[in-house]
Design a protein around this ligand. Structure first.
Ligand code: FUB
Length: 338
């Protein structure tokens, strides 16, 4: 019997899937990596996960992050530098808690850090902070972006020099509370047979500190041209919007949340509509899945996270792997384990 037991243990060990990539840093927990090439280096703008006494709830209270650290590296696979605290919650006049997934942009000698946080009323808003350096430190504006709400800003610079912010997230991200355009604390999630809630886009003003238009819905359609339903939860938008452009096409990618995929949909305009195309990244270890897609020296990379170091959903670690577009423009699905 003991020999049989040993054999079964060996076979379990053999079956345990091996990660395809290792955490970029191990001295702090990091998540939601938004990567950009600035000044010839790769800069990563992640959430900074921390241990907390706050209890777990369905709204993500356990993600109680209090600052941002920015990471950089000269090349993929190179040494990773942690530039220390780039922005602290206590220095954001309007914010009360939960610094969630950020993004960054550069324009005319200034770097911009965009980030969600709860305001004094517990409502998620999106703020902006500026610096002369991509690594910060960043100085926050006194108020959140007027008209902003929900979470997960992703700022995309189009080829014509226009900047757009994509944002939104359901469940803890509160998008269901904005169905009427006004905040409703009782706003319910959609039912399975109702149309799924849609992510938002707003063009940014020339100084990148405000919206130059009211946020609009981003339509995600199935192959038949119909809007996805809430019941299509293996395909519909949940959170973690990202935009990249490849050979003139716009690729809108996002997390499906409770089904844990990073999916993508393509279109011919930054505003969409976008047609669902498939999966970029299969579920990772840990509940959340959040990514960015960036071109570095002619190759494309997926930055993502899992919970390899901690084994706990709220203590994540960022990673990177190469991403491939097929000749027909589709993306080869990545599995983070082999
Ligand atoms: O990191 C906090 C939240 O978890 C992010 O805003 C979501 O996208 C999810 O990754």
């Amino acid at each position: 019997a003991s020999a049989l037991f040993l054999l079964s243990q060996i076979s379990i060990a053999q079956q345990k899937k091996q990660p395809i990539s290792q955490p970029l840093v191990k001295h702090i927990y990091t998540a939601d990596p938004s990567a950009h090439v600035f000044e010839g280096k790769i800069y990563i703008y992640p959430s900074h996960d921390i241990e907390t006494n706050v209890s777990r709830d369905a709204d993500g209270a356990k993600f109680d992050m209090k600052d941002f650290h920015i990471l950089s590296m000269d090349k993929i696979g190179g040494k990773v530098t942690d530039h220390g605290v780039a922005l602290d919650l206590k220095d954001v006049p309007w914010a009360s808690k939960q610094l969630w997934a950020p993004d960054a942009a550069y324009k005319n000698g200034t770097y911009y850090l965009f980030f969600p946080a709860k305001d004094q009323e517990g409502i998620f808003r999106i703020g902006v902070a500026t610096s002369k350096k991509p690594s910060g430190p960043f100085k926050a504006e006194k108020k959140p972006i007027e008209g902003s709400f929900s979470i997960d800003p992703a700022v995309f610079k189009d080829s014509d020099g226009s900047y757009y912010m994509y944002f939104g997230g359901i469940w803890g991200g509160q998008l269901q509370r904005w169905k009427t355009g006004k905040y409703d604390a009782n706003g319910a999630l959609q039912k399975a047979n109702e149309k799924a809630l849609l992510p938002k886009i707003a063009k940014l003003s020339p100084d990148l500190k405000s919206f130059s238009e009211s946020p609009k819905d981003i339509q995600i359609l199935d192959e038949q041209g119909n809007l996805l339903l809430e019941g299509n939860n293996d395909k519909r938008f949940f959170e973690a919007a990202w935009m990249h452009k490849f050979r003139g096409k716009y690729y809108f990618s996002y997390s499906t949340g409770d089904t844990h995929f990073i999916s993508y949909a393509t279109g011919d305009s930054p505003y969409g509509p976008f047609t669902y195309k498939g999966v970029v990244l299969n579920p990772v270890e840990g509940w959340t899945n959040h990514h960015s897609i960036v071109e570095v020296k002619g190759k494309w990379y997926l930055f993502y996270h899992d919970v390899q170091i901690s084994g706990q959903t709220h203590l994540r670690n960022v990673k990177v792997t190469e991403l491939h577009h097929n000749p027909d423009g589709t993306i080869q699905t990545i599995s983070a384990y082999k």
